[in-house]
Design a protein around this ligand. Structure first.
Ligand SMILES: [Ca+2]
Ligand SMILES: [Ca+2]
Ligand SMILES: [Ca+2]
Ligand SMILES: [Ca+2]
Length: 330
């Protein structure tokens, strides 16, 4: 009798233990679900805040297009606009947005062999000829390879074969398919060889990479009011001195781009005269002073949360309505 009671007590205790474990795991799962629901809600909210930033930038680009000033420069309100772009607060969170001119970059689809050779990063690469000729073969419609280039016979012999494009690149990342082009040329120096090109190189300094200076979205002409030093110098056969003079001219007395005293070029003529005619005949044909294609990067953030959402878009405002020609969220 006594033994039976003891066994019954033991069984009851076991059942109680099991039940409390089940109850605890329910509580744990509920908490997890609440956390996940909050994450999803914050992510959705961050997305709409990032969208707000994107739309705001689009409005600025349209306003600028409608103004009577027919040039595009770094001190205009589509470019510098603290009230509309920098840490804007809305109910529940906010956004920050940056707009840059795609025409301040070199179009990799239209750049001549000479221009490709003078592009920073490519210029200093050991396999410069291979890279330039392979890009030309990737774009051109024929299957005869340039001296150091590569066509289908190379790509088809790879372990995982693919075809040579024989057409224009659709994205800048497509360059990674071209023989000789590596991730560290396009993104960051991959000094730690972990195949992540986004974490900077060992010396902690992020040097300029191809992604900063090339585009696939423009008509091929470069806006001398927005182009950086590296892009300008590659247009002048690698002459950094003359490129500096162009920036000096447009940046005004304070020497800084994007401020009130800027004096952007109103026509290509003045810049051409700064560069001078000798040996730089192509320069005048490759430049302009306005743009229609812009990159917008907008980041939405939610109050009291670490969740953010980033939207990257490239827009073309040449026609109305403005067209989004590239869009990516992460
Ligand atoms: Ca403008
Ligand atoms: Ca080809
Ligand atoms: Ca070819
Ligand atoms: Ca200035």
């Amino acid at each position: 009798m006594k033994d039976n009671k003891g066994i019954a007590l033991l069984i009851v205790l076991w059942i109680l233990t099991i039940l409390s474990v089940i109850a605890l795991s329910f509580v744990y799962m509920m908490r997890l679900e609440i956390k996940m629901a909050k994450y999803q809600r914050d992510k959705a909210q961050a997305f709409y805040l990032a969208r707000a930033g994107l739309e705001r930038a689009i409005v600025q680009l349209i306003i600028d297009k409608r103004s009577s000033r027919k040039i595009d420069a770094l001190n205009e309100s589509w470019s510098v606009n603290p009230d509309a772009y920098e840490d804007v607060n809305l109910p529940g969170g906010g956004y920050k947005v940056e707009v840059s001119d795609e025409s301040g970059k070199i179009n990799i689809n239209t750049a001549s062999a000479g221009l490709l050779r003078n592009l920073p990063v490519i210029k200093d690469a050991e396999n410069r000829a291979e890279i330039c000729d392979s890009i030309i073969d990737w774009r051109d419609t024929n299957s005869n390879h340039e001296l150091s280039g590569s066509e289908d016979n190379y790509y088809q012999a790879l372990e995982e074969p693919y075809h040579c494009k024989n057409g224009h690149l659709d994205t800048v990342e497509e360059l990674l398919l071209v023989k000789g082009v590596t991730g560290d040329l396009l993104y960051e120096e991959d000094a730690d060889s972990n195949t992540s090109f986004l974490d900077g190189d060992r010396d902690g300094v992020s040097n300029i990479r191809l992604k900063d200076i090339i585009t696939v979205y423009t008509d091929g002409k470069v806006n001398i009011n927005t182009a950086g030093l590296e892009v300008l110098s590659s247009l002048i056969g690698g002459n950094t001195e003359l490129a500096r003079n162009i920036i000096k001219y447009r940046a005004g007395a304070d020497g800084v781009d994007g401020t009130e005293d800027d004096s952007p070029f109103s026509s290509a003529g003045k810049a051409t005269s700064i560069v001078g005619g000798s040996g730089h005949g192509q320069f005048a044909k490759l430049i302009k002073v306005n743009s229609n294609v812009f990159k917008i990067v907008s980041v939405g953030r939610v109050d009291n949360s670490r969740v953010t959402k980033k939207i990257e878009a490239v827009v073309d405002r040449s026609n109305s309505p403005l067209k989004i020609i590239y869009y990516r969220e992460n």
